[in-house]
Design a protein around this ligand. Sequence first.
Ligand SMILES: Nc1ncnc2c1ncn2[C@@H]1O[C@H](COP(=O)(O)OP(=O)(O)OP(=O)(O)O)[C@@H](O)[C@H]1O
Ligand SMILES: [Mg+2]
Length: 582
Amino acid sequence: MDTFCRVLDWLKPYLRKLKICIALLTVMTALRMIVPYITQAVVNDVLPNRNMALLLQLCALLVGMTAIRSVLMYQRGMLIEQISQSVVYDLRTNLYGHMQELSYAFYDTHHIGEIMSRMTGDIEGMRVLVVNGVVGLIENLLMFTLSLIGMSLMSWRLTLIMVCFCPAVALVAAKLHKSIRPAHMAVREQNAVLNTRTQENISGVRVVKAFAREDYEKQEFATENQKVLNFNLRVTRLWSTFYPLMDSIASMALPVLILAGAALMYRGQIDIGALVGATGFVWMLIAPMRQVANFVNMITNGLVSSEKLIYYQDLGSQVRSPEPPQRPQVREGRVDFDQVSFRYADHEVLSDINLHVEPGQIVAVMGATGTGKTTLVTLLGRYYDVSEGCVRVDGVDIRQQNLHELRDGIGVVMQETFLFSETIANNIRFGRPEASMEAVEAAARAAQAEEFILQTPQGYDTVVGERGMGLSGGQKQRVALARAILYNPSILVLDDATSAVDMETEAEIQKALAQVMKGRTTFIIAHRISSVRKADQIIVLQDGRIAERGSHKELINRDGPYAAIYRDQTRDFVVEKAGEGA
Ligand SMILES: Nc1ncnc2c1ncn2[C@@H]1O[C@H](COP(=O)(O)OP(=O)(O)OP(=O)(O)O)[C@@H](O)[C@H]1O
Ligand SMILES: [Mg+2]
């Protein structure tokens, strides 16, 4: 019922149109009610008296009524379609906007395929619910009620007999709803699974081919697809069992009415015209009753889909801007981590992190893979909230700041480069869509990207493929670097940003970056000593804790983990050198 009320909420903006639609339906249905009366008049007045004039009048009435109904039917169809398509439009826009607000934690736990399935299949299910469910239900309820009223004006006794069928129909409808609901839910869930599988395998098609796993993937897909088929057949089976049952109950109305009607007629309680007319009404009563199974099926399906959409709509982002936010006095790039600990679910990744960075400083973060370097910088833009302690940017706890303003001041080159299927220029100006072409070119130059960009067929206007296909790993990284540089943030985060470029290019980038980094705080995550040696402070993470910190010189002399990395990276060179000397 809650779900149904929420669906009605979505209809609220179109209440006026819906009211017009209901008015049209009422007029259309009321017009149909005239037919049995015409039949009654033909039997009682035209036939016994051979009244041709009345017959012609009645025929003209029928034709006129049909014409009016056709016009109204057109209007009704247009209105319903307008309402349902508008609801779909609103819902899709609203959900997409909502998805943009959801935090990393949501995307950690929900598959893209599943989200796509909600945004397409479930929205369509909801649309069918609005068009055929809500509107159809109103239409049939109207027909049923008006027929009952019309019939009771002819014969209240016969109407009473008809009403006795209602509990039986309601009982079967309730039973159908109860048994078909889990079946529809299984279909929706399995569709999401199939979509996830499809999306993942197409995204990873290169890996599939590289490992010659096409046959396995085909097999797996067929298995999941088979499940969709089975679940759909289960729905069909249930529905096919209930439909004839409902149909039989409804159809029983006619013989019962004829028997009762004949009995009443012989006793002189109704005339023959009323009996024939009432039979006309029976068809109008039977039709909605027969449709009940259909409606229950459709509405249950729509409600299951709507439930999924409502679940998404109600999911609040775990990370939200406070009201009212606190604003730092200056945005200069001061960063403080105070006693910060962080865990993903119950997996502790960072503990007791204390780090103070002055505006304009360069901080390098080193450490073995999986020690929490990326996690550390992710906390800076509040993509996750710390589990304990506090992160301050420019002196204010980031949980007190407006999220957009906070992130506006942080430019990130992520470890996994993601480019949009857009022109290179638009990829670079992604964070600053208003940036001029000169600014784009300057950023590309600073990232040592201009040379290769100009070599592409259309230069800056070359459209790169999905996720940057068509560019090499190092080229993609440099476009991403240019994107972060153009963003002009007070804090720049480079997460392994030059891991895919050769040493020589990296040296060039560093030279250019020295200029870019002036006046802004920079976090560099890197594995190569050459990338970090110029940093003001270098921290080395071990098991999620800061194992040591200091400048390159200090750390080299300390003989700790940093010195060990240094020795490792220079050993080959020294050994080879020594070998040459021997
Ligand atoms: N979204 C996540 N959910 C759960 N655990 C995660 C998530 N992201 C990372 N982890 C875990 O947190 C730990 C730290 O990951 P992180 O990505 O910060 O490492 P890293 O130091 O950047 O490693 P690398 O040098 O390989 O990039 C890892 O053990 C990883 O398995
Ligand atoms: Mg990382």
